[in-house]
Ligand binder design. Structure first.
Ligand SMILES: Cc1ncc(COP(=O)(O)O)c(C=O)c1O
Length: 404
């Protein structure tokens, strides 16, 4: 089969996608091109689709047995990330990454303790943490989108000197910037965290989505990372967010806490979720490689389109994820309101509102990602070249209506 035919991003028509009922395709009216929430415009990987069809055929829709997920991730981690000793016995199967993070926060911290996040960062970190009665402390990334270890160290010191405890909630790879943290950056973080006696929670949901040119480093494989819990899932890599499942993996100093997460969590994952995620990690690597090649090509195309249509927009091409973090500050579009809906994914304002209203393209507004997000938009490029080209052409025409 030719490379183009194998590209999962080129296999569904816009008409087929508009028949979808998931968030991405149902939140906006049908004249908008939705390039916002992290869902991909791809069909399922064939082994995943076959497993699900088979389960439906025999009515295999009972409670999740949870077997096989950790082993599938361990096998993938060993061949893909060179992580040969993933501690399968020290894992818990979860309904999803965010629920897992909250449950681990509850056993690792007390209400009023702090959670340090490196902003701009995945917006639901703010809402889930605050609903769990923990307080967000922001340690912004550098202007190049890298971890600022000094700033994280200072945030830890500030929290501890106020008598509170904290954890660091890392996004590895990083959403929305697509930064893939290097081993040396993660080692520096691990040293700072160890010296301060602080646990790291590493959200690695985008780990399978590292693009050519970068290497994903699982946090638990770096020196001094024993007091950490990592979270991963096939939800992003194989577009299975609607089939709920994820996994937490404890470092050797965090095993007791992960074990102490209440047993009720074991009933929350979906059986079809655990099954499909396990198949994805075990048998979905060829499909994933085709996807990554398509995303790499889209990343190049997006660079060309930005240059041709949006001369006032700049970006640092992402090393991982399918998210582009576009700096629109030179367009000079202010946020119309500060209505307190910060971190709500559908709060579209500033440049995202201009593109929504005048280009009919739905993006995520940068301000919802915390400090450093104002004036940016997040664009999901896991779509076809045609949709991407149409969207950027329309965005260019909308930007051209501004008087510079
Ligand atoms: C960094 C990050 N964490 C967590 C999630 C949500 O994962 P889940 O649905 O498993 O909670 C996403 C979804 O886009 C994400 O980007």
């Amino acid at each position: 089969m030719s490379k183009a035919r194998r590209n999962p991003l080129e296999q569904l028509s816009l008409e087929q996608l508009r028949r979808r009922t998931s968030q991405k395709w149902s939140a906006h009216s049908s004249d908008l091109l939705p390039l916002w929430v992290a869902e991909m415009d791809v069909p399922l990987a064939p082994p995943v689709a076959d497993a699900l069809r088979n389960a439906i055929d025999i009515g295999d829709t009972g409670y999740a047995a949870r077997r096989g997920y950790a082993e599938a991730v361990a096998c993938f981690a060993s061949t893909r990330w060179n992580w040969s000793d993933l501690p399968v016995a020290d894992t818990r199967v979860l309904p999803d990454v965010m629920t897992g993070i909250v449950e681990v926060l509850r056993v690792s911290t007390e209400p009023g303790d702090a959670v340090i996040v490196t902003t701009p960062v995945y917006a639901p970190f703010f809402s889930y943490v605050s609903h769990a009665d923990r307080i967000i402390v922001e340690a912004p990334l550098t202007s190049a989108g890298r971890l600022d270890i000094d700033s994280i160290g200072e945030a830890i010191a500030r929290v501890q000197s106020s008598g509170r405890r904290c954890v660091v909630l890392l996004c590895n790879p990083h959403n929305p910037t697509g930064t893939v943290h290097t081993r040396s950056e993660l080692e520096s973080l691990a040293r700072v965290a160890r010296d301060a006696g602080v646990r790291v929670l590493s959200d690695e949901i985008h780990g399978p989505l590292v693009l050519p040119g970068a290497t994903f480093i699982p946090y638990l494989t770096v020196d001094n990372s024993e007091n950490a819990i990592a979270f991963t899932s096939a939800s992003k890599g194989w577009n299975l967010a609607g089939l709920k499942a994820a996994i937490a993996i404890a470092g050797s100093d965090a095993t007791e806490d992960l074990r102490s997460v209440p047993a009720e969590i074991d009933y929350a994952p979906s059986h079809l979720g655990v099954m499909s995620h396990s198949v994805a990690f075990e048998q979905g690597t060829a499909w994933l490689d085709d996807l990554l090649a398509g995303l790499d090509a889209n990343r190049t195309l997006l660079g060309d389109l930005i240059r041709d249509h949006l001369p006032h927009v700049s970006w640092i091409p992402p090393e991982g994820t399918y998210l582009a973090w576009l700096d629109c500050r030179r367009m000079g579009v202010e946020r119309a309101t500060d209505n307190g809906t910060f971190a709500v994914a559908t709060d579209i304002d500033g440049p995202a509102k201009l593109f929504h209203d005048r280009a009919r393209v739905a993006l995520n507004s940068g301000h919802i990602f915390g400090l450093g997000g104002e004036g940016f938009v997040r664009l999901n490029f896991a779509t076809s070249r045609t949709v991407l080209t149409t969207a950027l052409t329309r965005m260019g025409a909308a930007a051209a209506t501004l008087a510079y």
